[in-house]
Design a protein around this ligand. Structure first.
Ligand code: ADP
Ligand code: MG
Length: 569
């Protein structure tokens, strides 16, 4: 008898062949057999609790390794839940493959179970969305989908599999061999633009290097570190560009960020977009005549929002390598006695001092700065930090240091809440494989934690030693004090009187550990927090939750610009 193979196994083999190592998902009709075929073919299948979190985990693996993780979802609602994650990956420029089961084709149009036009639904969040038309064409589409997630600007691909296609059996010898194209082409810069960049940097009075997550993704840390140490240029990292050059480098002028952006005359922009995170490169946050040297591998990004003085289409690595060589040839070094350095250093010092006063205040209810200061003191060096929340993420970013690239994952360009636990799970699997001694710390606002908190069960099931720190101010941005909360909650019209920003006062999130026969930590003071961190670091066989109660009215220190509410329309 002729040997046969079904769609499930053809797909599993194709994914394995194209280098997919991790699939995060939730099973149900029609992908249960597929998940088993994945395991049978040596792929790690990680069962999650919500498709959104599964999708966040898959994309974090893509960012950390450069090889997309896959997300497996069921039809209709399964895929719909996943679209938030797809949009997040696409906006972050991270590689991700989504595999959706869908209703059998002979039920389409007559109200099939979870029938949904999934290819069209995915298209706005994808570089490639397709339904392989037959079992024998599955390997071709898998190759194309995986390749497209990685080349050019990394992004998302979606492949749709109706139940009948997964179950269909065909003679094995009718499935053609598919090639693997695991080389991502490297774009080299035009030498003329490098010369212009070098000249502009040498003439600059107030130069600034901005390091974005594109540099982290490009694995350009060696080149950029050499650039900074050879030239003594000041640099700023974007949130996920942190660690490409160590945060504790003397050239990091993070505390003087606003001033540096405002006064810089030449900005070397390495793998970052001039979007909201960088205030569009425009006034009032930048000088009107700032000259941008932009390096991005994606031509469509060049001159976006602002016309660059030099727009270089290139991978970061070769572009920076050539810029370093050009500057070296000219013996360029930006002297530490230049006015620009004096101004920046003074501003850094002033800002450090102003935070210091808040940090010293250890009286309960605690404030953000004190909590982060002590967390930073006790965290092992070089752990992976995952963070989300509003103030929790913004203040945490300035106080929790990253000295290695790709060691920070947060709400990103799309500002997505709910990413934390999924990212942390991916980071923990990454550690298991590459850095077994490293720890993953997931610093969550209490509101942010609520979006995907049930993934704690996933962490327990796979014994992932993630430390979740919930910085709990009992609300979104801020909450109410105990008395006011209880008073309003007791009224007949609680829906009218409880502010939309408030959450239940001092929720005991740490007790979620009791669900698994474990205990979490409840902290209201610094000694309690210190003890909790030390104890949590000893736990190696699963997650812990440290619930830190802070003041419901704790806030950021005064800011020069209230940028998110600024608009000139
Ligand atoms: P950030 O959030 O740090 O500001 P963005 O996500 O806005 O960073 O920008 C990253 C940029 O890096 C994107 O425009 C993307 O096209 C670019 N990029 C990604 N990979 C590379 C690479 N290998 N070489 C050059 N640019 C890259
Ligand atoms: Mg909160």
């Amino acid at each position: 008898m002729e040997e046969e193979i079904d769609g499930n196994n053809v797909l599993a083999q194709a994914l394995k062949q194209q280098g997919i190592e991790y699939v995060f998902g939730i099973v149900g009709i029609p992908v249960i057999e597929l998940s088993m075929a994945l395991q049978a073919n040596g792929i790690n299948y990680i069962g999650m609790r919500n498709e959104q979190a599964a999708c966040y985990a898959a994309q974090a693996i893509g960012y950390l390794t450069g090889i997309p993780g896959a997300c497996l979802v069921v039809s209709g609602p399964g895929l719909l839940h996943c679209t938030g994650g797809m949009a997040n990956a696409q906006v972050n420029c991270w590689p991700l493959l989504v595999i959706g089961g869908s209703a059998p084709q002979d039920h389409e149009g007559i109200g099939g179970f979870q029938e949904c036009n999934q290819v069209e639904l995915s298209r706005p969040y994808c570089k490639y969305a397709a339904r392989p038309p037959s079992v024998s064409l599955i390997p071709l589409h898998v190759e194309k989908a995986v390749r497209l997630t990685r080349v050019g600007r990394p992004g998302v691909a979606y492949l749709d599999f109706p139940g009948n296609l997964l179950q269909a059996r065909v003679p094995s010898n009718t499935v053609p061999q598919q090639y693997v194209s695991n080389e991502v082409p490297v774009v080299y810069p035009d030498p003329r633009s490098i010369e212009q960049a070098v000249l502009l940097l040498m003439k600059a009075e107030r130069p600034l290097v901005i390091v974005g997550k594109g540099s982290a993704y490009a694995r350009a840390e060696n080149e950029i570190r050499e650039l900074i140490s050879n030239t003594n240029l000041p640099f700023l990292a974007t949130p996920m560009g942190k660690g490409v050059v160590p945060d504790n480098s003397p050239n990091s002028i993070a505390p003087a960020r606003s001033l540096a952006l405002l006064k810089a005359d030449v900005v070397l922009l390495l793998g970052a977009r001039l979007n909201w995170m960088l205030h569009f490169g425009r006034q009032p946050r930048y000088s009107s005549d700032v000259k941008i040297i932009q390096v991005d591998s994606y031509a469509e990004e060049l001159n976006n929002s602002l016309k660059s003085a030099v727009a270089i289409q290139s991978d970061i690595k070769p572009a920076v390598r050539f810029i370093v060589d050009g500057l070296k040839k000219n013996n360029f070094r930006f002297d530490k006695n230049r006015n620009w350095w004096t101004t920046l250093n003074k501003k850094c010092e002033d800002n450090r001092k102003s935070v210091q006063a808040t940090v010293m205040d250890t009286s309960p209810p605690l404030n953000y700065y004190t909590v982060f200061h002590h967390l930073q003191e006790l965290l092992p060096e070089n752990c992976l930090i995952v963070s989300e929340g509003a103030n929790t993420m913004d203040i945490g970013r300035t106080m929790l240091l990253n000295n290695l690239p790709r060691h920070r994952l947060d709400a990103g360009t799309f500002g997505t809440m709910g990413v934390g636990p999924g990212f942390a799970i991916a980071a923990a699997f990454w550690c298991n494989k590459y850095e077994p001694n490293k720890r993953v710390i997931c610093v969550e606002g209490d509101s942010a934690f609520g979006f995907s908190g049930m993934e704690i069960e996933t962490m327990v099931r796979y014994k992932l030693p993630i430390i979740i720190v919930v910085v709990n101010n009992s609300g979104i941005y801020g909450g109410l004090d105990k008395e006011t909360f209880e008073e309003l909650q007791a009224t007949d019209e609680a829906t009218q009187s409880l502010p939309p920003t408030s959450l239940t006062f001092a929720t005991r999130y740490e007790n979620m550990m009791n669900l698994f026969g474990r205990t979490g930590h409840f902290c209201q003071t610094i000694p309690e927090l210190q003890n909790a961190i030390k104890e949590s670091l000893k736990v190696k066989d699963g997650p812990t939750i440290i619930n830190v109660i802070i003041s419901p009215t704790a806030d950021r220190k005064a800011q020069t610009f209230n940028w998110l509410t600024e608009s000139k329309l």
